[in-house]
Design a protein around this ligand. Structure first.
Ligand SMILES: Nc1nc2c(ncn2[C@@H]2O[C@H](COP(=O)(O)OP(=O)(O)OP(=O)(O)O)[C@@H](O)[C@H]2O)c(=O)[nH]1
Ligand SMILES: [Mg+2]
Length: 342
């Protein structure tokens, strides 16, 4: 990123037929343009940034005679999706969330002064002017965090992508092996009067918060979600961790990641309901409810302050993405858990 250079000031003297010995009249250079990030809701990713990597704003015009100031350099606007955060060349961080929000990440240089500015009573004919300053220059780092209402978390193969496909118009890749999902995928559920955006992220394994597997950078994507749906396989394959162990592993990673992830309201979704007999599912569900730490939302008084550490439990639902059982209850729970106003 490079802000435009400021234009140079100029040395010039007034020359007019009826004005003998005209004084200095060199104008100032114009300011260089800024490199500006602009939040554009129609963008979804930072793909354009992968193609073009060097960005330079316009240079300021040079000053000219008759005290004319140089033109200001053109700003270079880069459109980025909501959820982008950037470190400017001076090291400050910007979060672009609201449509139309702007962040000057590389300011243009200021224009040089023309000789008119340097005239004093003892130096009436300065024969010098300043050059414009170069614009600020440097690399900036852009990061995109998805802006989703609901984040799907769970061990690899828990059925997150299948659920996203069942609930939304998204068609993520689904397969019977861990780490099928390599990049976060978004999908939208439409309700009567509003929509919810769901984010499916790659499966989390032990140590994910510290960088194991694919987890680390993806955990950052769900920091801004308002609710987490934590998928746990009702009947994990032979030799895999039990549902409760699986649950605790993912919880530990959410806590280790920090940034408030562990405090988000959480709905536990016991997945692949079709694979177990109904009695077994009901039994495991009860077991889960009993072992969850905090009381359900309804039990708490309206004005009661939220405990700073405890998370809010939105209960336990068993469902099948294959047959659709339990899916309606899940959708209802999600719409009631996510407040309509952002
Ligand atoms: N029978 C049954 N199988 C399911 C259900 N949901 C998911 N599966 C299967 O479980 C396997 C894993 O599903 P995915 O949706 O890819 O799991 P994931 O959690 O996205 O996995 P990663 O992306 O690897 O973390 C696939 O073979 C799915 O077909 C379900 O409700 N019932
Ligand atoms: Mg997946």
């Amino acid at each position: 990123m490079q802000g435009g250079a400021g234009g140079n000031g100029v040395v010039s003297f007034r020359r007019e037929a009826h004005v003998p010995r005209g004084g200095p009249d060199g104008g100032d250079g114009g300011r260089g343009g800024d490199v500006v990030l602009v939040c554009d809701p129609s963008r979804r990713d930072l793909a354009t940034m992968r193609i073009a990597r060097h960005f330079k704003a316009g240079r300021g015009g040079h000053g000219s005679g008759a005290r004319r100031q140089g033109a200001r350099g053109d700003d270079l606007e880069i459109l980025v999706p909501p959820g982008t955060s950037a470190d400017g060349v001076d090291g400050s961080t910007y979060d672009l969330v609201e449509p139309g929000q702007r962040a000057i990440v590389a300011p243009g240089g200021i224009g040089g002064h023309g000789n008119k500015r340097f005239a004093t009573s003892t130096r009436q004919a300065p024969r010098f002017a300043e050059s414009g300053l170069p614009g600020e220059e440097g690399w900036i780092e852009l990061r995109l965090r998805l802006l989703a209402d609901v984040g799907l978390v769970g061990l690899p193969n828990a059925g997150k992508s299948s659920l996203l496909a069942r609930l939304t118009n998204a068609r993520p890749k689904v397969a019977n092996y861990p780490f099928t999902t390599l990049d976060p995928v978004l999908g939208t559920i439409s309700g009567d009067d509003r929509q919810l955006i769901l984010a499916d992220i790659p499966g989390l394994i032990e140590g994910a918060a510290a960088g194991a597997g694919l987890g680390h950078e993806f955990l950052a994507h769900i920091e801004r979600c308002r609710v987490l749906v934590h998928l746990v396989e009702l009947a994990p394959p032979e030799g895999s961790p039990s549902p409760l162990e699986a649950y605790e592993t993912v919880r530990a990673e959410l806590s280790a990641h920090g940034s408030g992830l562990a405090e988000l309201p959480e709905l536990v979704l016991l997945s692949k309901l079709d694979l177990v007999p109904a009695e077994v599912a009901a039994e495991r569900r009860r077991g889960f409810e009993a072992s969850l730490p905090s009381e359900p939302r309804e039990a708490r008084g309206r004005d009661e302050a939220r405990e700073p550490r405890g998370r809010e439990s939105l209960g336990v639902i068993a469902a099948s993405s294959a047959t659709g059982a339990g899916i309606e209850a899940l959708v209802r729970a999600l719409f009631s858990a996510v407040p309509a106003e952002p």
